[in-house]
Ligand binder design. Sequence first.
Ligand code: FES
Length: 111
Amino acid sequence: MPTLTILTHDQTHTLTVEPGANLRRVLLDQGFSPYAPLTRRLNCGGRGLCATCGVWIDDGTPPPAHWHDRIGAWFGYPRLSCQITITADMTIRLLDDKRIWGGPDTEQRYR
Ligand code: FES
């Protein structure tokens, strides 16, 4: 069973998740939000359309599968949590400075 480590601005949480679980669903079910306050209710519901569910992946990054993730990886934008299937251990960071989408992380650019 994969371990999901969630980093917030001041805490670390560790969960064991079912292989194949959707990252966005796991976060919401466990009381975490990948969204900014404004988009918590105004989002596409995990359809990969609004790009508001981005999280940073610090370890265990799955290969980009969605068109946004391929472009986002190039320009250093967060990954869409709704498009990530958890199959292995992963460490993610929730964005605490996000207004809607979250800006690029210049340190992550071109990884
Ligand atoms: S919830 Fe809209 S793109 Fe992920």
